[in-house]
Design a protein around this ligand. Structure first.
Ligand code: DX5
Ligand code: ZN
Length: 225
């Protein structure tokens, strides 16, 4: 049984109180903080950059002081310059879309060289083929179950089949590579998503659009138990 992780996306948090939101969702049981970076170029929306990541870094810790990983999801093109800035801003994991980088292998190595874990992100219509050549270098594979750019969209079912394919590829490496899902994850579908092979679950609106973060996270864990 995998060690499941829940990674609330602060895209759906109250942007006027981001530090407090990070703290509350960690107190409510979040394992990672998912940080969605949008540039109004790769995706038609604009969010936050390395300065905000750096400002939030001190809030991303548990009550006992343990650091909580900041999981940066870059929806930007080009990738390399800003990825390095996120590493300096305290990101723990940095994932990017292979179609957003002219030289995927180079971008992967550059992120690792900065001491961060690295992931590749696959849009709903993007095949996994690039994994043939880089999977051994990855710490994480992120499957998009919505088209990137906005929170609150519904889960695209073909992502389940893609998770199954990604799970097979990961298991064939024998390496510890996390399989993350992002988009439309709710209490009602998380079990099915886990059964398809995911071990790490991003959830934005499902958590932040409710008054009781702790209750939702507990319900998700109960589904996974
Ligand atoms: C979409 C982002 C997601 C988004 C998920 O581009 O990558 O992380 O916040 O939001 P929900 O969980 O509301 O679908
Ligand atoms: Zn995301």
């Amino acid at each position: 049984r995998p060690h499941y992780r829940i990674a609330p996306s602060i895209l759906s948090a109250d942007f006027a109180r981001l530090g407090e939101e990070v703290k509350s969702v960690i107190d409510a049981g979040a394992d990672w903080i998912h940080f969605d970076v949008m540039d109004n170029h790769y995706v038609p929306n604009l969010t936050f950059g390395p300065m905000v990541c750096k400002a939030l870094r001190p809030y991303a810790k548990k009550a006992d002081g343990t650091a909580v990983p900041i999981d940066v999801h870059l929806m930007i093109s080009p990738v390399d310059a800003l990825a390095a800035e996120f590493a300096d801003a305290g990101a723990d994991l940095i994932s990017f879309h292979p179609d957003a980088s002219a030289h995927v292998h180079r971008s992967v190595q550059a992120i690792k060289a900065k001491g961060c874990q690295v992931g590749l992100v696959f849009n709903p219509a993007t095949p996994l083929d690039v994994l043939d050549w880089v999977i051994d270098d990855l710490d994480l594979i992120l499957i998009m179950s919505v088209n990137p750019g906005f929170g609150g969209q519904s889960f695209i079912d073909s992502a389940l089949r893609k998770l199954e394919q990604a799970r097979k590829r990961i298991d064939a490496t024998g390496k510890d590579i996390r399989l993350e899902i992002d988009g439309g994850v709710k209490v009602g579908n998380i079990r099915q998503i886990a059964d398809a092979g995911a071990d790490t679950f991003v959830a934005g609106s499902a958590i932040f659009n409710t008054p009781d973060y702790q209750a939702v996270i507990a319900q998700m864990r109960a589904e996974l138990a």
